[in-house]
Design a protein around this ligand. Structure first.
Ligand SMILES: Cc1ncc(COP(=O)(O)O)c(C=O)c1O
Length: 408
């Protein structure tokens, strides 16, 4: 297959993760799947299709264009835009039936006018800031805000929500206090005869750690993609949906004393077999992994030697038997019985698993896998059914090689 660097997205694991999340919810509680940032790098269109098949109720994006992309791809699920839009983005949001989160009354008035112009009621959401300190309306200012908003013609309040800054902390005191503040606001609104159709709070950590925060929707990203937040109190079976892979494009035998890559920060101490791997920071593979991170080659962990460059990274494969050009290299994921976790790569990159996933760039192809077989490939140059066939052959050979290695 003419693809050197790719992400594998396992749609069966994604479905199983959603199932595991659902096992925590009561039948009337639903999932709002957060698919902003191209579904955390997995591919928003394909993940939205899979989510719809799996009965997800709502999708959450962060930007106008993310919402429009899904609508153009034929997505019919309700879509909430979680981050504030600019007033100049309102007309497009209305035209594409995206439900904004209303940040202030000026925006609400402009949205109301746009709704009246469109002739259709416009759904909108309001974030209540109970302690995240980022966006929304403070809970102690929310009553007059909501009363004014509800008077505006053409708007339908679809939900009220809050967000946790540290539901993955060891101490959940602050998050519990946030839930109480939200409930107190709901009580005050109730006393005035105002009831939000839906209320939601729990991100992944909140869903696992705070049953009282699951409310109407679990608003999750990370756990649907198969990763546990730190300090998770509940065990549910989650498996990473994404694996990041590349291939060897050159093999070189270098003498002891040879410097490798920019800055000449690594010098071989022995005669070394060096594999050049077709990934660099231009693919979203962090420069901080230079001479620090690892990859999997031939089922073994090998060290990165020298600096990660824009397009290529070198690993020492001296101790790996018989590596060849085109051999698969795992940047995170599984190879045979070895696992190199996203979390380890994130630590080496001095960042969060979230950022590692979201920053894998557009030059990296996405291979969607169902039933252990590739079903779709997207790339910078479009989609190709022929590549899917070729990838299927690659997957077969890979599975045979793993089986042979296990037999010894
Ligand atoms: C408002 C909001 N809700 C929910 C989420 C999902 O968070 P997680 O991926 O931790 O479940 C995010 C992600 O950043 C968010 O910004």
């Amino acid at each position: 297959m003419p693809v050197s660097t790719w992400v594998e997205v396992d749609l069966d694991r994604f479905a199983a993760n959603l199932h595991a999340v659902r096992s925590l919810l009561r039948p009337e509680q639903e999932i709002l799947l957060v698919i902003k940032a191209d579904a955390y790098g997995h591919g928003a269109v394909e993940i939205a299709e899979a989510a719809e098949r799996e009965g997800v109720a709502q999708l959450g994006v962060a930007t106008l264009h993310e919402g429009i992309q899904l609508r153009r791809a034929g997505c019919r699920l309700p879509i909430v835009v979680l981050s504030p839009l600019l007033p100049s983005e309102i007309d497009e949001a209305v035209a594409h039936e995206l439900a904004p989160t209303v940040p202030d009354l000026d925006f609400a008035r402009a949205l109301s006018l746009a709704a009246l112009k469109s002739g259709r009621p416009q759904r909108c959401h309001v974030e209540i800031d109970t302690g995240m300190g980022r966006t929304g309306v403070r809970d102690d200012e929310a009553e007059p805000f909501l009363l004014s908003l509800l008077e505006l013609p053409g708007l339908r309040l679809a939900s009220l929500f809050t967000h946790f800054p540290d539901a993955d902390a060891e101490d959940l005191e602050f998050s519990r206090e946030q839930v109480l503040r939200l409930r107190a606001l709901l009580d005050r609104l109730g006393a005035r005869g105002i009831r939000a159709p839906r209320v939601h709070a729990a991100n992944s950590a909140g869903t696992l750690n705070l049953p009282e925060a699951r409310l109407d929707w679990a608003r999750v990203g990370l756990i649907a993609y198969g990763h546990r937040p730190p300090n998770a109190r509940v065990e549910i079976p989650l498996r990473p949906v994404m694996a990041f892979k590349s291939r060897i494009v050159q093999l070189r035998d270098l003498p002891a004393g040879a410097s490798i890559s920019y800055g000449r920060s690594f010098v071989t101490r022995r005669r070394s077999r060096i594999a050049v791997v077709a990934v660099g920071y231009g693919h979203g593979y962090s420069w901080l992994l230079s001479s620090r991170g690892h990859m999997l080659v031939g089922g073994a962990r090998v060290p990165i030697v020298g600096r990660v460059t824009m397009d290529l990274t070198m690993v020492d494969v001296t101790d790996v038997p018989g590596p060849g050009i085109g051999d698969e290299v795992v940047l995170f994921g599984e190879q045979g019985d070895e696992v190199l976790s996203l979390e380890e790569v994130a630590r080496g990159s001095e960042t969060l698993p979230y950022e590692v996933m979201c920053t894998i760039g557009k030059r990296v192809a996405r291979i969607y896998v169902r039933g252990g077989r590739p079903v779709k490939i997207t790339s910078l140059v479009g989609e190709s059914a022929e590549w899917v066939q070729q990838a299927a052959q690659h997957f077969r050979l890979r599975a045979q090689a793993v089986a042979a290695a296990r037999r010894g």
